[in-house]
Design a protein around this ligand. Sequence first.
Ligand SMILES: NC(=O)c1ccc[n+]([C@@H]2O[C@H](COP(=O)([O-])OP(=O)(O)OC[C@H]3O[C@@H](n4cnc5c(N)ncnc54)[C@H](OP(=O)(O)O)[C@@H]3O)[C@@H](O)[C@H]2O)c1
Length: 332
Amino acid sequence: MSATAPIAPNDADTAASWRALKLLADRVRAHDGLVTSCTLLVGDEPDAWVGPGVQAGEGRLVSVIVHGHGSELPSLRPGESRFALDDVIVMQPVAGERLPPAAAAMIELYLPYCLGAAHARAMGRAFAVSHFAQSLDGRIATTGGDARWIGCDENQLHAHRMRALCDAILIGAHTLRTDRPSLTVRHADGEDPVRVVLGDAGDVCCLEQAGPGAILVMGCRDGAGRACSDQVEHVVLPSTNGRISTRAILEALYRKNLLSVYIEGGAITTSRFLAEGNIDVLQLHISPMIIGPGVSAFTCPSIESVADSVRFGPHVYRSIGDGMMFVGRLAL
Ligand SMILES: NC(=O)c1ccc[n+]([C@@H]2O[C@H](COP(=O)([O-])OP(=O)(O)OC[C@H]3O[C@@H](n4cnc5c(N)ncnc54)[C@H](OP(=O)(O)O)[C@@H]3O)[C@@H](O)[C@H]2O)c1
């Protein structure tokens, strides 16, 4: 699949689209049923609907047919732009007015994730999107563990938008110990997700100090993780040799009403989700740099034949800042 338009800078069309997209994510979350179409009103007073919606205010009406449904949508309304969404991530304009490029870029990239709650309900587990920033030679950190910042500023903005669209953000214990991250939403307008650490998290004070939101430590044994406050909850899940099945992790999040999760690494964590087929969308930001020896993005088992490699079905390459982002669905 070909490259798409660059992610837009923070102009008026971008900001208006973002507000409408966040509203849509909220509406989909509150809608307990199949989503066959949705509609956005992008303007000064944005709105969003599951289904056809009504244009009650000024702005651009954007409708989306989901998975070949959409028969409930009326014939095109004046000024409306219509898209079709297939295979979870593939957004194509199908009829009506062309959107300004900044609005089109936002809607084509982020609308798929606004439907995360609907996918989760259909699967009975959290909808999982994974993101890495890697070098041209496939490194996500130096040998000493330095990863700041492999991605550009625009990639950080993107990651923070994704955090704001998801109910939870998840990292492995080693990333917590190495990076001491905040995992909050600071570069975009939106709510902080619930922060989840897998494994023996140890000291999670960096998360507690970064914001008042809930923190989940999911491990194999009780008390894995020292907390500074009662904002931390420990969840013990069954494991084999210290390893929790990634399906069980996503089901546990779902039971806690966390319907979408943004997995931000590291390599061990993401590779386990990947190997068990529990990543719904992979976002791989590729930066124009070569690191040399370091932490590889994936720790997949060795294979004899290229034919045995992990393959992707629908995918797209997006221009972000000075890099590219691969966005793909695992081949079934
Ligand atoms: N460039 C980027 O985008 C990016 C993003 C994130 C991280 N990083 C870098 O990646 C490096 C860390 O990656 P890493 O691969 O070494 O470690 P990691 O994936 O962050 O953490 C691995 C640990 O998480 C726990 N864990 C993961 N999956 C589990 C499961 N299914 N069940 C139970 N526990 C599980 C285990 O903890 P226990 O050992 O306690 O069992 C495991 O040892 C750091 O240098 C960081 O800077 C880069």
